[in-house]
Design a binder for this molecule. Structure first.
Ligand code: PEP
Length: 251
């Protein structure tokens, strides 16, 4: 039985004041039983969020980590070991905004995945196709390749301590959501690809859906057999909306 996970990616949003407000809202939420909840604030505010959510069962993650796991001479980057020291327990790797806008390659994503795990952080590997790739029938090929690059360099066993997030690029921040059937098809393919190497790992790994998830669409998506929760961007900046999405994962 996989425990659902709802993760809020705050992206590059927030100020000390707005983060304090959001923490206040999150603290007031009743956490649904059996659902794991995590938030991913901008790096600068991780300490504030860890302190602000102390005692509340909400995990804190980072949106990125350096390819090198340990601190050292790498200007502007943050090491997985430092994130762990700051109180993080998860880290996003390979978000499409980083792959596309910052040119992160599959190879770098795999190195970040390994760096995270070596410091005890759970990597959340983001995969997904662009609109053009979907329209030309390449969705499963693209997602399969992104997944394969981690399997090839690190082995399938690493997914026993990781999360996968399927996030169609065309659905991120656009208000367009994949239909539950479209998402389920890709989630099932991801699980089958892992199962071809290791059935136990495939059965246990949580695969989240991300892409304009809202309270109104969450229950139907989370009701699909291979969708184990959500990675939520815009809607996670509103504590009440995010709380409703978390409750949908528990129902
Ligand atoms: C995201 O960026 O991970 C995301 C899913 O964003 P949104 O929910 O805003 O589409």
């Amino acid at each position: 039985m996989r425990r659902p996970l709802v993760a809020g990616n705050w992206k590059m949003h927030g100020t000390r004041a707005s983060v304090a407000e959001l923490i206040k809202g999150l603290r007031q939420l009743a956490m649904p039983a059996g659902v794991e909840v995590a938030v991913f604030p901008p790096c600068l505010y991780i300490g504030q969020v860890v302190e602000g959510l102390a005692g509340k069962s909400i995990l804190v993650g980072a949106q990125n980590c350096a390819v090198e796991p340990l601190q050292g001479a790498l200007t502007g980057e943050v090491a997985a070991s430092q994130l762990q020291d700051a109180g993080c327990s998860l880290v996003l790797v390979g978000h499409s905004e980083r792959r596309i806008l910052l040119g992160e390659s599959d190879d770098w994503v795999a190195r970040k995945f390994a760096a995270a795990q070596s410091c005890g952080l759970t990597p959340v590997l983001c995969v997904g196709e662009t609109r053009e790739q979907r329209e030309s029938g390449k969705t499963l090929e693209v997602v399969g390749r992104q997944l394969d690059s981690v399997i090839e360099s690190l082995g399938v066993g690493v997914f026993a301590q990781a999360v996968v997030a399927y996030e169609p690029v065309w659905a991120i921040g656009t208000g367009l959501t994949a239909s539950p059937e479209q998402a389920q098809q890709v989630h099932a393919a991801i699980r089958a690809q892992l199962a071809a190497e290791n059935a136990d790992v495939a059965r246990g790994v949580r695969i989240l859906y991300g892409g304009s998830v809202k309270a109104a669409s969450a229950a139907e998506l989370f009701g699909m057999p291979d969708i184990d929760g959500g990675l939520v961007g815009g809607a996670s900046l509103n504590a009440d909306e995010f709380g409703a999405i978390c409750r949908a994962a528990g129902s």
